[in-house]
Design a protein around this ligand. Structure first.
Ligand code: PEP
Ligand code: MG
Length: 544
């Protein structure tokens, strides 16, 4: 029994045999040819075959993962017809007198390199797409589709990485799970795996790939990212029990999709989802969340080697807004410092970082960073229903300063003739006791509050949330925290401001009734908790 650790991107368990994914296009060789005309005709025929395959994949994806996620295959179809791409293949065949496969492979490398070197994150991501369509084209040139599991048994697909089209093309009925040695959790593949409800682990590492073979027995734990090769009977039994629990939850998911978050006596509440990046939208949609209550934008900065540009941020925010198709998306401005350190910010080491220069304090002392983010946010506001939220607020002055920067940014965009939504809602997090206590003064300044119970608990109980030794001292239902939430809710409503909760406590089903009785308007939780929470709300009767 050998255990490897990867990153779980879809929380479910699979136990089964391995099928190592291979591509038929792997070994492209350069062959000199005399009849270049024949090679050009071969390319045309292969393009037709590839286009037909892509049409089929697109319709399959539309049914299985929805329009927003299927769109990528329309992009592939367009790329297949791209003039520059086709001119390059043609010119390599004609000038170098080489075989079509080789011309496609060289074109793919050149275009992928060009896309990767662009500043725009969206364009960078196109590098994987151009490789994907080129692989397909080469595969069609060599007479077939891509290699798939030909046996009838359901298998765990292990690969170095999977392109989006490869993920969707795999016969879902024959796939138990996906494991990739590389890949990022924001890749389309990870999004698709989540949406297809297939357990998936990425970043398993090169060693895993080297040591895994067709037919090996494997356990994939998509919750923890653990991979257990050749498990013993006791381990198999343990994971089979975990699977049964997942199946129960899946059932719940199916039954509650599309239903209202309404109590037995008719009270409604919004249930939104928390995300850390564009890659989680699939899970938000799959779990039928009513919106995004917290997009922790700092992950864009954490995943980057340098300050993300306005363009990179804009394209990420726009993507989230467009994917949510008019549903509310609340994006929190940068919340770094404390446990989230980023080297390129060059922040000084502090003795008490949780009480130090973090979140909005950094933004207000580094206005150029703040303004770049706000410009990206306001530009994105034209593409959906955006709410902008400021973290770690402790005073009226901080909110006023944030609002002043918003006004500056809006004036700039106006004079630049850039479209944005004037009525973008502005909110603040209530995650310090100070903010809760002066919530009567803060409420008139903003459209909404969102309670960050993780920090509110840490600061109210004076218990560092990073320190595991303090767990016995942390009463998550502490009356002080609950009173602060209630105080904020009352002050919000007196001023026509709405209030949500986006900390972990929002998913605590033993508190759902308490929160609803306080009049909380929205609970925002990790995507897998949306439906259990809906079930809880639907079981409550607040008239009693
Ligand atoms: C919180 O503090 O409750 C919160 C939602 O923010 P984070 O966990 O990102 O600090
Ligand atoms: Mg917080």
């Amino acid at each position: 029994m050998v255990v490897y650790q990867g990153k779980g991107v879809y929380g479910a368990v699979a136990v089964g045999k391995v099928s190592v994914f291979s591509r038929s296009s792997a070994d492209v060789r350069r062959v000199n040819v005399n009849d270049t005309e024949k090679e050009l005709l071969r390319v045309e025929a292969a393009k037709e075959m590839a286009a037909q395959q892509l049409e089929e994949i697109h319709s399959k994806a539309l049914k299985e993962v929805g329009e927003a996620n299927a769109e990528i295959f329309e992009v592939h179809l367009m790329m297949l017809d791209d003039e520059d791409y086709n001119d390059s293949i043609k010119s390599i065949i004609e000038t170098q007198k080489v075989n079509a496969e080789y011309a496609v492979a060289v074109t793919a490398d050149n275009f992928a390199e060009m896309f990767s070197s662009m500043d725009d994150a969206y364009m960078q991501a196109r590098a994987a797409d151009v490789k994907d369509i080129s692989d397909r084209l080469i595969s069609c040139l060599t007479g077939g589709g891509k290699t798939e599991n030909s046996s009838d048994e359901k298998m765990i697909i292990c690969a170095d990485d999977l392109a989006p089209s490869e993920t969707v093309s795999l016969d879902k009925d024959k796939v138990l799970a996906f494991v990739t040695a590389f890949g990022s959790s924001n890749s389309h593949t990870a999004i698709l795996a989540r949406n297809m409800n297939i357990p998936a682990v990425i970043s398993a590492g090169e060693d895993f790939l080297k040591n895994i073979h067709d037919g090996d027995m494997l356990i994939v734990d998509g919750h923890t990212g653990q991979l257990i090769v050749s498990p013993d009977d006791v381990t198999i039994a343990k994971y089979t029990a975990k699977q049964a629990e997942d199946a129960r939850k899946k059932q719940l998911l199916q039954e509650l999709k599309g239903k209202e978050n309404i109590t037995l006596d008719g009270r409604k509440i919004n249930i939104f989802a928390n995300i850390g990046g564009v890659g989680s939208i699939g899970a938000v949609l799959a779990n039928d969340a009513g919106g995004i209550g917290l997009f922790r934008s700092e992950f864009l900065y954490l995943e980057s080697e340098d300050y993300p540009t306005e363009e990179q941020q804009f394209s990420a925010y726009r993507k989230v807004l467009e994917s949510m198709a008019g549903k509310k998306v609340i994006i929190r401005t940068l919340d770094i410092g404390a446990d989230k350190q980023i080297d390129y910010f060059g922040l000084e080491k502090e003795d008490n970082p949780a009480l130090g220069l973090r979140a909005v304090r950094i933004c207000l002392t580094r206005p150029e960073i703040f303004k770049t983010q706000l410009r990206a946010l306001y530009r994105a506001s034209a593409f959906g229903d955006l709410g902008i939220m400021f973290p770690m607020i402790t005073s009226v002055a901080e909110v006023e300063k944030c609002l002043a920067v918003c006004e500056e940014v809006k004036a700039e965009l106006k004079s630049d003739g850039i479209r944005f939504n004037e009525n973008t809602e502005i909110g603040i997090m209530i995650e310090t006791p100070a903010a809760a206590v002066i919530s009567d003064l803060l409420a008139p300044l903003v459209d909404f509050f969102s309670v960050g119970t993780n920090d509110l608990t840490q600061y109210t109980l004076a218990c560092d949330r990073q320190n595991a030794k303090l767990e016995p001292f942390v009463d998550t239902h502490h009356e002080a925290v609950l009173r602060l939430i209630e105080m904020a809710a009352n002050n919000a409503h007196k001023n026509g401001t709405w209030i949500g909760i986006c900390g972990e406590l929002a998913a605590d089903l033993t508190l759902t009734e308490t929160f609803m009785r306080m009049g909380i308007d929205e609970l925002s939780v990790s995507p897998p908790y949306v439906l259990p929470l809906r079930e809880k709300v639907r079981s409550l009767d607040l008239s009693r």
